[in-house]
Design a protein around this ligand. Sequence first.
Ligand SMILES: C[S@@+](CC[C@H](N)C(=O)[O-])C[C@H]1O[C@@H](n2cnc3c(N)ncnc32)[C@H](O)[C@@H]1O
Length: 210
Amino acid sequence: MWAKKLGSQLGRPTRSVGGWLVSKLFKTRNQVLEESAVQLCRIQPGDTVLELGHGPGLGLESAAKLLTGPTGHMIGVDYSEYMHQMAKERVKEFLESGKVTLHLCDVAAMPLEDKSVDKVFHCNCYYFWPDLRKAASEIHRVMKPGGLIVTTLRHSHVAVLAAKRVMPGDNWRPEAYMAALRDSGFTDIRMEDIQHRNITFQAIYATTLT
Ligand SMILES: C[S@@+](CC[C@H](N)C(=O)[O-])C[C@H]1O[C@@H](n2cnc3c(N)ncnc32)[C@H](O)[C@@H]1O
């Protein structure tokens, strides 16, 4: 019962005590993953960058600071109303200047044009997608040829949560996510271990064909 409740707050936080608690966890425990995903994207000042499942908005903020060129643009999508509002507060100035746009929507149905995004990143998000292939195809649709997608996760932590059935099914497994990327047309799909600030985590990369 508690595992299901925790899973539902992690997967789509609501404005509630549970949602507030998990948002605190995201801000303290996931900062390294968010910042590393941004760095690994090798963002150029004029890129259009998309973060999926941004939660409180830490990654949005660090990426937006790198998009200093006139065409540089940061887009965030998250289907939690609570996280959408929390991120809006965090990146308020970037929203006002037009540097950041946020969409309250599902990763599997984004209001974005075909081939419009250079870089995509996400942290701790794909485990909650009910249909990995549908989501991966939608991401592929919005990415430009030669685009890069990076996801970061702490495999050992996710495996513990999955064993306690916090995440249902097998979608949390990196192999399942990587297979969905492959089936959706991504190439150069690989995972590596990274050590940073005494934390070991994994990064999964994929690209779209040029
Ligand atoms: C575990 S939280 C991670 C938040 C943040 N990226 C981090 O690492 O701290 C997962 C986030 O992804 C969002 N999310 C999950 N599935 C989604 C989907 N299908 N479409 C849009 N957002 C989704 C949730 O609402 C939540 O904010």
